[in-house]
Design a protein around this ligand. Sequence first.
Ligand code: PLP
Length: 484
Amino acid sequence: MTDERRRIPGVDRVLATPEVAQLLDRYPRDLVVESLRQVLDEARGSLAQGDRAGADAAGGAPGAPGDAAAAEALLPEALARRVQALVEARSAPTLRTVINATGVILHTNLGRSPLSQDAVRAMVETGRSYSNLEFDLDEGVRGSRYDHCRGLLRELTGAEDALVVNNAAGALILALDTAAAGQGVVVSRGELIEIGGGFRIPEIVERAGTTLVEVGTTNRTRLDDYRAALDVKPGAVLKVHRSNFRVSGFTEEVPVGVLSRFCAEHALPLVYDLGSGLMLDLRVDGLPNEPTVASAVASGADLVLFSGDKLLGGPQAGLIVGGAEWIQKLRKNPLCRALRVDKVTLAGLEATIRTYRDPEAARSRIPVLRMIHESSDSVRERAERLSEALAPVAQAAGGRVELVAGHSVVGGGTLPDGEIATWRVAIDPGSLSVDALQRRLRFGPTSVVARTEDNRVLIDLRTVDPSEEEDLVRALRDCWPQGD
Ligand SMILES: *Cc1c(COP(=O)(O)O)cnc(C)c1O
């Protein structure tokens, strides 16, 4: 047994191999040495186990079953290759890019909206240098980070003022705390929703230091229900856009415009959680009407809240637009400091919002809008090309590739019934199982996430940028063993 272990080279010998010497040029020495020790420990461990198994099987004849492959695995070069793999795995970032072939445009698990080139450029430039984040270049005095994006948001939404914080959940807590701390917040029972990721309206209302005052029923809430709640002297009324599901049938709700007049009459602030920051009408068949930010502002709500990374198509942020007095109060709330947004985010957000000055440019330059508006014919053409490129490899493995009509969805808790006609490439992987194909797609050098349906892997190119197609084809083809 000890003889066997002596066959394992020492740390110094493996360190001296050209492979490991190269690693030392590129990676921290401690990481390389630590990985090398681990590889040698593992080799010793597996030898000890092999010895035991061998001893049992061969009645104690040491070395007898130790075949050539096992011996080869202990050569310094082989060990060095394992060290290299380990060092590379340990150095890879945990947050990596993936190709989203699911057809879900705002996929929260995959990072919601990819950013426009303009946004990325602005983020890179602002990230690598100093900026006038809180410095007034005109006067040479201290400025405010909250001034960035402010003018653009006022211009494009028609609101008196605007404020950007970390995300919409934070924006809601800030708004409720500012408008109604220690008081009641009136919400329709039809709007006590969960958005996902632990965001439930009743819990957020409690956490904001306010008390939930439920009115109406799940399917019907009338103005009289809100009026009856005045008895408890609430501090604010909250309207929540049911962004991720729809109620239909025997339903009734109070339109925001009516609710805002009611609130104004009773000097109550109306907070409108809009969810998705749609800035333009979506011109796509099959998508339900979603209120735009400008229409929400025009309806008279005091504060309108929405996300930066949903339909707006920018980085993660919570945007608040509304009356100047209320926005000023939010800005002065100490909670605002805790929710403060980063300079890189502000840079990306400003570039994204600026694009909306030209609606056509926004539809073509902002990735989520471009994906929503791509025609099904165009997706089909791309799908045909992909299908042709894959068919031979899949067929060689006894599989099959075909185009099937289907629907992409907007996702991200927006437009619940919103389906966009699309064409998908359906892959029956033949000798490779669907699970194995999915695993290889996720673990390859380019990670691909796709859906499985009816024992086939479905690729929807609507959510794949044309610039990613080449990598996607390669990733898919590499999943099958390339024999002859
Ligand atoms: C998505 C959503 C939120 C949460 O937004 P984040 O930016 O993810 O914090 C809040 N309210 C509604 C109605 C939403 O749809």
